[in-house]
Design a protein around this ligand. Structure first.
Ligand code: ATP
Length: 299
């Protein structure tokens, strides 16, 4: 069997509603994921044993050992099917590392699809999705792509209809933010405001009907007015320069701006492809991308 390559998209959470902290430490979420056309490529080639290499953006921050999410995915799939995890995984990164765009999750989904093909397992999609959910909250959506409501920890997906294309610009920040640290800061801010951060005290989050309708209608103006991210205040508290980044994008013509997931990448919704190009030029490192994008795709 020769090498296979899988293309996997980044995501932006156009709604990220964070419930209280559960006894298991996770937070209940109601999040709307939108896959965007910024991709990593995962190539699986025959090898003896498991080997990982990487190239591309932020490659020095990608672990090349068993902690790489793509390696964990390969091991989990091999174990599930009782085969040896013999594969050379090469990851070509375009998705910023620790940028709140689910780069590691994308690589895990890509590795599952690539290893399934390389090893000729023919795993049913439901099986792959179940393995994704074990690997991380964002991994099932990286496999699925398009747009979806994520509930539970974000891993329970309901596909959503998208009635048109949206133009985004992603401003990449220097260095990453740790997702667990951003959640801890969100909890701390809730307590500092005199409130509770516990799931037992806070209402369960739900989908925003106006946002879901804007996606279905393909309305950029509707989506712009409905964007929300409950983690944004925590990300900005940990990285105050993000407030300037958000303001710069709005001044450069964005319909709306928000921190992507736990940040520090900032997402800007543009009214057109031309406006996205102008917007991207306002930042030292920013990338236009279209949404929705397909999920993990065998090339
Ligand atoms: P999310 O949006 O899902 O919270 P993120 O995009 O902010 O995640 P990742 O790019 O997934 O963050 O990286 C988080 C950490 O995971 C990195 O700092 C890195 O140490 C580790 N990691 C493990 N595997 C990978 C991978 N394949 N690519 C990038 N980082 C990885």
């Amino acid at each position: 069997m020769s090498a296979v390559t899988v293309r996997v998209p980044a995501k932006v959470n156009v709604q990220l509603s964070v419930g209280g902290r559960r006894p298991d430490g996770f937070h209940d979420l109601a999040t709307v994921f939108l896959a965007v056309g910024l991709y990593d490529h995962v190539t699986a080639a025959p090898a003896e044993g498991l080997r990982i290499t990487a190239a591309g953006r932020d490659v020095d921050r990608v672990p090349l050992d068993g902690t790489n999410l793509a390696a964990r995915a390969a091991v989990a799939l091999a174990k599930r099917y009782g085969v040896e995890p013999d594969v050379h995984l090469h990851i070509d990164k375009d998705i910023p590392v620790a940028g709140g765009m689910a780069g590691g999750s994308a690589d895990a989904a890509g590795a599952l699809v690539a290893c399934d093909a390389l090893w000729g397992l023919g795993a049913p999609r439901e099986e792959l999705l179940a393995l994704c959910a074990e690997l991380g909250s964002d991994v099932p959506f990286s496999l699925a792509g398009g747009a979806a409501l994520g509930t539970g920890r974000g891993e329970i997906l309901t596909p959503l209809e998208v009635g048109g294309e949206f133009h985004w610009v992603f401003a990449v920040a220097e260095g990453g933010l740790s997702t667990p640290e951003v959640y801890r800061e969100c909890d701390r801010l809730r307590r500092a405001d005199g409130g509770s951060d516990l799931a037992s005290d806070l209402p369960a989050p739900g989908a925003d009907a106006a946002l879901v309708a804007a996606l279905r209608e393909g309305s950029a103006a509707g989506l712009a007015s409905a964007l929300s991210n409950d983690l944004q205040a925590a990300s900005v508290a940990l990285r105050p320069a993000l407030a300037d980044t958000l303001a710069t994008g709005l001044a450069a013509g964005a319909l709306a701006a928000l921190v992507s997931g736990s940040g520090p990448t900032c997402a800007f919704l543009a009214p057109s492809a031309g406006a996205a190009t102008t917007l991207a030029a306002a930042f030292p490192a920013a990338y236009p991308a279209l949404s929705p994008a397909p999920g993990a795709t065998l090339l």
